[in-house]
Design a protein. Structure first.
Lengths: 112, 108
């Protein structure tokens, strides 16, 4: 049981480049989430998917898109990276929206 | 006003002492409350959740919830150096809102 996995672990991009962060869970959870964590800001929700086939914006969605590919996988895409998107990105999953969320190991992204 | 506020740190306590962490939230309708621990460079991991007013104990950890005062706290008894981490309070009102975290250092 791997839990929640994320790839890549580290990434450096130049301004304007695009990339997709991958997330997968093997706990048969319905809900999945993408957060970013910046120093002193705590975790902020970017997008979430309450169930397969649905996605909704969180607190800071601008500059990002998501795809819930199937029940296991939830990807986050940066179409045109900006230095303000330098952050640590965490994927999480939960059985339902009110349940405990379990986090992946994170992706450290630097945009130059 | 931020939705979830935690007492600013860092908090330094001697080994064996009690560490007390506080959290207030703005949405009176919030139903579930979580405490996560995050070691430096790692992802958050759940310590406890609490849904009802009162105390909930799990080993050395006690969560306390007072919905009337919109206040949730975490006590760490017999603090150990391995408890040194950042503690995140999270409140679920159909989306999980996190506080900025309180960093705890336990001095040996």
């Amino acid at each position: 049981n791997a839990g929640v996995t994320q790839t890549p672990k580290f990434q450096v991009l130049k301004t304007g480049q695009s990339m997709t962060l991958q997330c997968a869970q093997d706990m048969n959870h319905n809900s999945m989430y993408w957060y970013r964590q910046d120093p002193g800001m705590g975790l902020r929700l970017i997008y979430y998917s309450a169930s397969e086939g649905t996605t909704d914006k969180g607190e800071v969605p601008n500059g990002y898109n998501v795809s819930r590919l199937n029940k296991r996988e939830f990807s986050l895409r940066l179409e045109s990276a900006a230095p303000s998107q330098t952050s640590v990105y965490f994927c999480a999953s939960s059985e339902g929206r009110a349940d405990t969320q379990y986090f992946g190991p994170g992706t450290r992204l630097t945009v130059l | 006003q931020k939705e979830v506020e935690q007492n600013s740190g860092p908090l330094s306590v001697p080994e064996g002492a009690i560490a007390s962490l506080n959290c207030t939230y703005s949405d009176r309708g919030s139903q579930s409350f979580f405490w996560y621990r995050q070691y430096s460079g790692k992802s958050p991991e759940l310590i406890m959740f609490i849904y009802s007013n009162g105390d909930k104990e799990d080993g050395r950890f006690t969560a306390q919830l007072n919905k009337a005062s919109q206040y949730v706290s975490l006590l760490i008894r017999d603090s150990q150096p391995s408890d040194s981490a950042t503690y995140l309070c999270a409140v679920n009102d159909y989306k999980l809102s996190f506080g900025a975290g309180t960093t705890v250092t336990v001095r040996a």
